[in-house]
Design a binder for this molecule. Structure first.
Ligand code: ATP
Ligand code: MG
Length: 341
């Protein structure tokens, strides 16, 4: 039986962090066993807000691929490719752009939040505003039905499905497939500063490649409960970053639940929970860091090249179906003259 296709990607705007790990990477490691999985380094998308700093995007491609392999993504099972090297994706974007309004793009909650965060003011790059459309092209080009992402991406999937339905209806075809988001248990990991989301651009994350010293420093700087001044004081668990990380990473949920009750009652100090979280994270990240250090950079580009070749041929096939559905497949079928003469 044909396996379903899964596709997801990351912007090469920095190294990957624990938010990526719980929000998406862990799922991808599982999905590669059951799905045909494509993983895209979204450099074209990264350029929509890093166009003035293209070197940063270029430099981070190899970092992101290193993070993939370090967490257990296997290039034999998953196709890793570079977005900018698959031109069919740009072509698809162009056709889909007609099926969405500027007002709808501006209403997309993720875009809205990012526009505020990036402080573009009135000078919003058109490419940035349209990136949900290019994301629709990325997913549909591979006929992906499953997309393992964090919660911040749900509005993107919703918008992509609107485009898919509109395209199929308008051109009377079934060639584009509807998409389902594959959320993990931790849908959104908070930043170490307590902000809603750990993110590369906010630099409020623990990175998979951080040294043991930096991990410890970041854990000990985490926001807890400002009202919990003395160890004996009752403390708040809600909004407490350390507990949110323990929920996401501690292997034993019962133990975390017992710690929460103790903390609420009073008598459990911040240093104790931070030290426990530090141990948990050190244990998780040590093997990832070691595996990462053994990777050879020159091999990473080779595997991206191979993956990109494979991605190109699949994306071109979909592009040709899309053009046929619209009726602009003139030379592909060499029927241009037959039609017009
Ligand atoms: P940037 O700040 O450049 O946007 P980012 O940290 O948001 O970077 P992306 O490359 O945009 O990372 O996201 C890649 C994938 O990782 C997406 O599926 C996203 O939902 C998921 N992800 C990123 N951060 C988190 C997080 N804090 N919690 C859960 N999932 C996350
Ligand atoms: Mg992001």
């Amino acid at each position: 039986m044909d396996r379903k296709i899964a596709l997801t990607g990351d912007r090469p705007t920095g190294k990957l962090h624990l938010g990526h790990f719980v929000g998406s990477l862990k799922n991808r490691v599982g999905l590669q066993q059951t799905h045909d999985q494509y993983i895209m380094i979204a450099d074209t998308q990264a350029l929509t807000d890093y166009f003035e700093n293209s070197q940063l995007v270029v430099d981070n491609i190899v970092e992101v691929v290193s993070d993939y392999l370090a967490v257990g993504i296997d290039p034999e099972l998953s196709t890793i490719f570079i977005q900018s090297q698959v031109p069919a994706l740009c072509e698809l974007t162009m056709y889909y752009m007609n099926l969405v309004t500027v007002a709808r793009l501006e209403r997309n909650p993720t875009v809205k939040a990012e526009l505020t965060q990036k402080d573009f003011g009135k000078s919003i790059p058109a490419g940035f505003l349209c990136y949900p459309v290019s994301q629709t092209a990325d997913i549909t080009a591979f006929k992906a039905e499953v997309v393992p992402v964090g919660e911040d991406q749900l509005p993107m999937i919703e918008q992509a499905n609107e485009i898919v339905r509109r395209f199929n209806r308008l051109y009377n075809t079934q060639c584009l497939k509807e998409i389902t988001a594959h959320l993990s248990e931790t849908k959104r990991l908070v930043g170490i500063d307590g902000k809603a989301k750990a993110s590369k651009s906010l630099n409020n994350a623990i990175f998979l490649s951080d040294t043991p010293e930096i991990i410890k420093e970041k854990v000990y700087a985490m926001f807890t409960d400002p009202g919990h001044l003395k160890v004996s004081d009752p403390g708040k668990v809600e909004g407490n970053v350390v507990f949110q990380y323990l929920d996401a990473f501690h292997p034993n949920a019962d133990e975390v639940s017992a710690l929460k009750s103790h903390y609420r009652k009073g008598g459990l100090g911040d240093t104790v929970i931070k030290s426990l979280l530090n141990d948990v994270l050190q244990q998780l990240l040590q093997p990832i860091r070691e595996k990462r250090a053994q990777l050879k950079k020159e091999n990473l580009f080779d595997l991206c090249f191979e993956g990109t070749q494979k991605a190109r041929s699949l994306a071109e096939k979909t592009l040709s179906e899309v053009k046929t559905a619209i009726g602009i497949d003139f030379f592909e079928k060499r029927n241009f003259y037959q039609r017009n003469h």
